[in-house]
Structures are given as C-alpha cells and as structure tokens.
Design a protein around this ligand. Structure first.
Ligand SMILES: *Cc1c(COP(=O)(O)O)cnc(C)c1O
Length: 251
C-alpha cells in the first residue's frame, strides 16, 4: 500500500523509484555491453491517478503507456497534452475504439490484427496522421495473451501475408515488435520468451527487409532486466516506478 500523505511525499517516492529503475536499467545494459541510451522507458500509468502522472511529468518522465482507450483519453484530456509528452497505447484495441486511438495516442505497441490495422489506417488517413506501430506477437503461446500467434517458428511464414498488408498501409509505420511474457516468480524464466521475439525479428528482417523491425518493446516491472539483456529497446514499466496500482485491473 502507498501511505502517501502529500504531493511532495508522492513526488519523492516516485523520484526514488525512478532512480532505482534507472540504475537497474544501466546495470542490465552493462552486463551485455549495451548503452542505456538504447533503451527507451515507457511509464505505464494504467490504474494510476492524473495527480501521480503529473508528478512523473514534473520529474522529467515523458513517455506514458495506457492499456484502455477510454481511461487513457480521459487522463490525456485532463493533463492537457503538454509539449514533449508521448502517449503509447499498449493494450488490446477494439475496432470501434480505433478512431480514439488515432486521435489521442502517438505510438501503438499493441497492434494485433489486420482488422484493427485497417481501422487505424482509415482514421489516420482522415486525420492526416502517420501512426508508428509495433506488431504485438504472442511468442509464449499463452492462451490468455493477445497478439499475432507466433509461438511456433515453423508457422511464421503464415504471418507474412498480414504483415505485408500492414506494411503497405500508407498511414501506419511499422517500427518493430512487442510482446508480453507470462508472469513468473523467477524472471529468469521469461528469457526464452524474449529470445524467441528476437528470433522472430531476425526472421522478419530476412523475409521483409524493406520493413523496419528495429524496435523490441518487451519487459515490465517484473522482468525488464532480462528483457534488456535479450535486446529490448523499449521497456514498459508501471509499478516499479509509480507504485502498486490502487485498483487491480485484470490485465
Ligand atoms: C500493465 C502493463 C505493463 C506494466 O506492468 P507493471 O507490472 O506495472 O510494470 C506493461 N505492459 C503491458 C502491456 C501492461 O498491460
């Protein structure tokens, strides 16, 4: 529980957490001879108040991730879109919410079907926007996870027709891949999942070399160090920075 009594306490708590996460990112990078500059931090704000997000902004954090279009857009409205702040959609998108995603979000991590891609394209065209997207892939095979089903490398060829069509949509710009590992007590157990996403990236670079596959959005509070060791370029961290979520969201 967060026994927060004032905004100053809240801010110093978030500042401490952020400092610790930064150090852990740097140490993970050091272990595999990467530069911390190669790793972008997205602070996941789902379930957290606007007040808490404002504190994070005041501390210089500038990329935020939300899972739900409605919750996210309300907070974005409340915060008033200050300059230099990016909002990342990281949760499953229902087709009928595609227009709001294009309206409010700067990057989509959770593109998981051709159908949603076509919807995003339609609204991006209307709004004359280019939307950077990551293709969410379910490489663990866990049934509860969203994403293009990609747990069997022998079936990766089957992904190509959809990926080719998405790559050809003029208002979507593929930047890479996203995945979520299952939760394990021991984060070491997530390593094969992240490794498989890197293999899929290598496969796609060979098969669709004209598309950019550079970004790998993988790693959350419980497993970001392993993800960085395996090549994550974007980590999505909520609880380790903002504290425990006040309400439990079934995600
Ligand atoms: C909630 C969530 C995160 C962050 O989880 P934490 O445990 O709070 O770090 C990252 N990615 C996705 C897709 C999420 O839903």
């Amino acid at each position: 529980m967060n026994n927060v009594t004032s905004i100053d306490d809240l801010k110093s708590q978030i500042a401490n957490n952020y400092q610790q996460v930064k150090e852990r990112i740097a140490e993970a990078c050091l272990r595999v001879h990467r530069s911390p500059e190669e790793v972008t931090l997205v602070v996941v704000t789902k379930g957290h108040s606007v007040e808490r997000i404002r504190c994070a902004i005041e501390l210089g954090l500038n990329r935020f991730g939300e899972n739900y279009v409605e919750e996210g857009s309300e907070k974005i409205e409340a915060i008033g879109q200050p300059k230099g702040i990016e909002w990342h959609m990281i949760g499953h998108i229902q087709s009928r919410k595609a227009e709001m995603v294009v309206q409010y979000f700067d990057v989509v991590h959770s593109l998981d079907s051709l159908k949603v891609a076509r919807r995003l394209e339609r609204f991006a065209t209307q709004k004359s926007k280019i939307v950077p997207v990551l293709l969410e892939c379910n490489v663990s095979g866990e049934e509860s996870k969203f994403g293009f089903f990609a747990s069997d490398p022998n079936a990766w060829d089957d992904l190509l027709p959809d990926f080719i069509e998405i790559a050809q949509l003029p208002h979507l710009e593929i930047r890479g891949l996203m995945t979520m590992a299952p939760f394990y007590e021991n984060p070491e157990h997530t390593r094969p999942v992240f490794r498989k996403l890197v293999e899929l990236q290598g496969y796609l670079r060979t098969r669709l070399p004209e598309v950019c596959w550079d970004e790998l959005s993988m790693g959350m509070s419980s497993d970001f160090e392993v993800a960085i060791e395996e090549g994550a370029t974007i980590v999505r961290i909520g609880q380790a920075i903002l504290g425990e979520r006040p309400v439990s969201l079934g995600v």
